[in-house]
Write a protein that binds this ligand. Structure first.
Ligand code: ADP
Ligand code: MG
Length: 277
């Protein structure tokens, strides 16, 4: 949540021509159809994402919420350019990401980073914490070994992990510490956008709160844009500026977070809110 983190939203969000923060991600009429195999009915199709459109303003957080199976992760995979859309498009900085050539694709990977769900999130359990955080720097050929190590150490400070974590392995850390490592790794290349898919969902409530605070602080500090995917509406209040609600592949509500909590337009959203303990 850009405002809550102590910096005014417009400090983190450069303004576009209209005086509004520019849209860094734009999703237009995005649709994904899966052809189901071995489902009994040969070639049966599932419309996992159905004509979804939204945009994410630079420096803000858009939460995508909905029940399990509503198509949220499929949207995330398409925004990350890891899964081709059946139709529609994703624009990053105004450019359709399916038109990127190899070099541009490489740059896109640097600028748009994922954080996935536990247990290991985006971490390889057989890699030391140092190796996990250093990997994107090596892949993108950033600096020499010494400067990379300095950068990894800075990142550990940023996510408030002790330097002694460097030699540890994911299974030696708590769930919250592992998510801090996943955040450090995602931020290593100073991305513009971070796509968080159920990034805090496996954590208990207290640790969830700590990680959300960290994400909010980092957003204010680095001007990050978050696409924050979660089935948990309680989390949304802590992090989102705007919310879209998905139901069975369709976008059924799109509003700012206060409006969604105060007066949801859809009966479905109200039912989701009522389910918050
Ligand atoms: P969510 O993240 O909201 O739980 P998903 O995007 O994972 O939902 O899934 C949406 C729907 O698409 C679900 O019915 C799921 O079973 C289906 N689905 C997801 N990925 C695949 C796939 N690779 N092949 C077939 N069906 C899939
Ligand atoms: Mg999912």
């Amino acid at each position: 949540h850009a405002q809550q983190a102590g910096a005014p939203a417009d400090a983190a969000a450069p303004e576009g021509a209209a005086g509004q923060p520019e849209d860094v991600i734009e999703v237009r009429h995005l649709t994904k159809e899966f052809v189901l195999r071995g489902s009994g009915v040969r070639g049966e199709k599932l419309l996992a994402v159905d004509d979804v459109s939204f945009s994410v303003r630079r420096g803000t957080t858009l939460a995508v919420v909905g029940e399990s199976g509503s198509g949220k992760s499929t949207v995330a995979q398409m925004v990350l350019n890891l899964l081709p859309a059946t139709s529609g498009e994703v624009l990053f900085d105004g450019v359709d990401i399916t038109t990127l050539d190899g070099r541009e694709q490489f740059a896109f990977r640097r600028r748009v980073q994922p954080i996935f769900q536990n247990p290991y999130g985006s971490l390889d359990p057989s890699w030391s914490i140092f190796r996990s955080i250093e990997e994107p720097l090596r892949v993108h050929d950033v600096g020499d070994a010494k400067s990379r190590e300095a950068r990894v150490r800075d990142l550990l400070d940023k996510v408030a992990l002790p330097q002694s974590s460097l030699r540890r392995y994911p299974n030696e850390l708590s769930g919250g510490q592992r998510q801090r490592v996943a955040i450090a790794r995602a931020l290593a290349l100073q991305p513009e956008v971070v796509v968080c898919d159920e990034a805090v969902s496996a954590l208990d409530v207290l640790v969830q709160g700590q990680i959300l605070t960290l994400l909010n602080d980092l957003q204010a500090e680095m001007g990050l844009t978050y696409l924050f995917i979660t089935h948990d509406l309680a989390v949304v209040r802590e992090i989102a500026d705007d919310v879209v609600v998905m139901q069975k592949g369709r976008l059924v509500e799109h509003a700012d977070v206060d409006q969604v909590f105060a007066s949801p337009e859809q009966e479905y959203t109200r039912a989701l809110l009522d389910a918050i303990p």
